[in-house]
Ligand binder design. Structure first.
Ligand code: KIV
Ligand code: ZN
Length: 517
């Protein structure tokens, strides 16, 4: 058995299915570049049949990656598989990932198909996918709740039809590590020609066990792990890449396997996912949370000073936490800025560096020390967010104890400048009212959260909003030393994301395909 575990990253597909975490084509393309630098083996870029926007996004990723395989998800229907192939066919290493549910409950209530029909559909569609692409992955959705013998029968048939990877998902996060490992062993023993394919696992975190289940499966012989950065994904999320990789890295005696991940790229990748999706990382999140390497208690600090290994099982540098606080100041030049951006993993064009430089100088005039987090926010807001309908140009707010809060806002909407003013019960309310009026927005503000991007009283404020309209949910993020401006930026970003979702209404990957063929 190979000792190499294939890391299949689905941040751009299952991760994107987190409420509000949708990404546009350019965001996906850039994140995919980062994932390649991180060393993932396969990037699942999206679900092309879901929307024209996702088709184009997957195509963009396929055109960008050199070493990493690019997978596109498809239900077991000709239409989905054609769309998936259309989107990845120009990739250096394309993969079609097709799936159908195999649990009795999904077959009976969702698919309304018998076991025989599911088996036949699997064979037909894997064979069809194989006529297009040599690399075909088949997933048995809700595999962990499927009858084991039926699952093995489906996997055997999928391998005979040409699948090079068969994936066992714990779709609803129901499995328990010991039980899941046993299931992996059973599948390996009872699937015909298992040695001709890679056995993969894909776990969800509903019981907080996704990482444990994935590791148990690897210990039992699975050789592909499907993961997301920061563990983002549907409901409670997917298995987190950083947790699986660092467990393997930190406990080599227990896991005699290797991955191709460059661990020092973990933290910058995590930050970029956070910036692009707007999804916060809980401070106590393993590996990438703000407190993951912080030692507060006196006893711990004393031990750390005597020997860091007393309380630290991994070095922060190993996961890419440089610990360097002071990066650049207002006298730093363009060359130093470019060098730091490159160290952080951003390969920007001259034009992009010039745009970042203008914003950096502006920030350095207002804030003494510009640190990595500040630069990331500039890149996320200025470079990653492209083709936006709404742009905030100017904001003027008057508020205080003796005036009625009022905001004047100037915005570009589809390239045309508009200006208006509104009152509110506070400066942020007034600002949101003015933006709502200008944009003609009809969304509901579900959540508004403010935090500090870094420490210190001159830290930039980081605002996250969650907006909802007609069932679409979008997150918006904004940063600025002034929290009212940060709030305005977050609201405008949320409105742009809603526009993208409205223009690209997604078909859910869970929708029934039985009626389609
Ligand atoms: O959770 C799941 O079952 C999936 C499949 C499409 C692999 O995401
Ligand atoms: Zn999933």
């Amino acid at each position: 058995m190979s000792d190499r575990v294939i890391i299949f990253d689905t941040t751009l597909r299952d991760g994107e299915q987190s409420p509000g975490a949708s990404m546009n084509a350019e965001e996906k393309r850039r994140l995919a570049g980062r994932l390649e630098k991180l060393g993932v083996d396969v990037v699942e870029a999206g679900f092309p049949a879901a929307s024209e926007g996702d088709f184009l996004a997957v195509q963009g990723v396929a055109g960008r990656l050199e070493k990493t395989s690019v997978a596109a998800l498809a239900r077991t229907s000709k239409n989905d598989i054609d769309r998936a192939w259309g989107a990845v066919k120009d990739a250096k290493k394309p993969r079609i990932h097709t799936f159908i549910a195999t649990s009795d409950i999904h077959m009976e209530y969702k698919l309304r198909m018998s076991r025989d029909e599911v088996l036949r559909r699997t064979v037909d569609m894997v064979k069809y996918a194989k006529t297009l692409c040599p690399d075909v992955e088949f997933s048995a959705e809700d595999g962990s709740r499927s009858d084991r013998d039926f699952l093995c029968k489906v996997f055997s048939a999928a391998i005979a039809a040409g699948a090079t990877t068969v994936n066992l998902p714990d779709t609803v996060g129901y499995a328990i590590p010991h039980e899941f490992a046993e299931m992996v062993r059973y599948v390996m023993e009872h699937t015909e020609n298992m040695h001709k394919a890679v056995l993969s696992v894909h776990c969800h975190n509903d019981l907080g066990l996704a990482t444990s289940n994935t590791l148990a499966a690897i210990a039992a012989g699975a050789r592909q792990a499907e993961v997301t950065i920061n563990g983002i994904g549907e409901r409670a999320g997917n298995t987190s890449l950083e947790e699986v990789v660092m467990a393997i890295h930190t406990r080599p005696n227990y896991f005699p396997v290797v991955t191709g991940i460059q661990t020092e790229q973990i933290y910058p990748t995590s930050r970029m996912v956070r910036m692009v999706t707007g999804m916060m990382v809980q401070p106590n999140k393993a590996i990438v949370g703000a407190n993951a390497f912080a030692h507060e208690s006196g006893i711990h600090q004393d031990g750390m000073l005597k020997n860091p290994m007393t309380y630290e099982i991994m070095r922060p540098e190993t996961v890419g936490l440089s610990g360097s606080d002071l990066v650049l100041g207002k006298h730093s030049g363009r060359h130093a800025l470019r060098k730091r951006l490159e160290e952080m993993g951003y390969q920007l064009t001259d034009e992009d560096v010039a745009a970042v430089f203008v914003k950096f100088k502006d920030l350095a005039d207002r804030k003494k020390h510009v640190v990595d987090e500040d630069l990331e926010a500039i890149v996320a807001e200025g470079i990653l967010r492209t083709s936006e309908k709404f742009r905030l140009l100017h904001l003027h707010v008057s508020a205080g104890t003796t005036v009625i809060p009022c905001a004047t806002v100037e915005m570009e909407i589809d390239g045309v400048t508009h200006r208006d003013a509104e009152f509110g019960n506070g400066p942020i309310d007034a600002t949101f009212n003015a933006i709502t009026k200008l944009a003609g927005a009809r969304c509901e503000l579900m959540r508004f959260a403010v935090s500090a991007l870094t420490g210190g009283t001159d830290a930039q404020g980081e605002v996250t909003v969650r907006l909802k309209e007609n069932g679409c949910v979008a997150l918006g993020k904004g940063t600025d030393p002034d929290i009212i401006t940060a709030s305005a930026k977050a609201y405008v970003n949320g409105l742009n994301r809603l526009e993208y979702l409205k223009a690209n209404p997604a078909v859910s990957s869970a929708d029934n395909v039985a009626a389609e063929n």
